[in-house]
Design a protein around this ligand. Sequence first.
Ligand SMILES: Nc1nc2c(ncn2[C@@H]2O[C@H](COP(=O)(O)OP(=O)(O)OP(=O)(O)O)[C@@H](O)[C@H]2O)c(=O)[nH]1
Ligand SMILES: [Mg+2]
Ligand SMILES: [Zn+2]
Length: 281
Amino acid sequence: MKEGIIVSIKYGTYTVYSEGVFFNTSPRGTLSFKNKFMVGDKVLLSEENYIIEALLDRKSSLKRPMISNIDQILLVFSLKEPDFSYYLAFKYLTYANYNGIKASLVLTKSDKSEEKEIDEIKNVFSQIGIDTYVTCSKNSEGIEEIKTLFKDKISVLIGQSGVGKSSLLNAISEDFSREVGEYSIALGRGKHQTKEVILLPYMGGFIADTPGFSSLELDMDKLDVAHYFPSFEKDSLNCFYSNCLHISEKNCKIKERILEGKIPSIVYDNYLKLLEEVERR
Ligand SMILES: Nc1nc2c(ncn2[C@@H]2O[C@H](COP(=O)(O)OP(=O)(O)OP(=O)(O)O)[C@@H](O)[C@H]2O)c(=O)[nH]1
Ligand SMILES: [Mg+2]
Ligand SMILES: [Zn+2]
């Protein structure tokens, strides 16, 4: 048997990458009844006919976008068109944290933004230990730096439609030839150009291009948010109440840190907003 990884699933065709070769195949009948395969799945192929014979254990998996065995998430946000949103950034970071996957921020379209705005965003996220990379697919700013992140890892680009995920991939390597869509000012979003998750082999690892989504429904409750909100994880374990929501409970470690000025107020404001959203649902 040959080990490989599913890089795309489209119209019943499973493309598996193994030892530098792409195989268009499908799982053995009984196997596809038992399992729902996803891009990122490690599988075993028969040496005779390259049929998928087994699904190997998943290290991790995400529902949206649907993908498995991810080492890192790059949350892609444009500075303009669409405008950067702190709220969405915190929401996606909470989602990544909840799923136990390391996430960093990639800001795109730096050609459309002011230095001052970029520094402000970087400053907020560096205070809570999140790496931020600034890029431009038009003038190649930050592209060389970002290339080094992908070595030997499975990385996924996640972000709204039109932020420039596919453009970023094209800037990283001409070989990718990803289709790029227009951002519509009238609609305030991209045109959902990328329709399927696909893994692209790169520097001993893979980068996933994914469809942008316009809304992310969190399947978390308030306590999950209170625990997995970026930079809350460690301290929230030391709050007096184990179900502390860090609002006005006594001996709350998160509130202490805010009063000491160790958490920027924009972080806490967005936390309260996310709690509210989860409660409304
Ligand atoms: N000015 C500028 N425009 C950019 C940059 N990167 C991407 N764009 C434009 O943004 C629009 C959307 O780019 P895409 O790469 O298709 O965005 P996407 O995130 O892949 O969108 P979906 O596939 O719909 O999720 C296109 O018109 C790009 O030309 C950039 O760095 N600067
Ligand atoms: Mg795209
Ligand atoms: Zn608390």
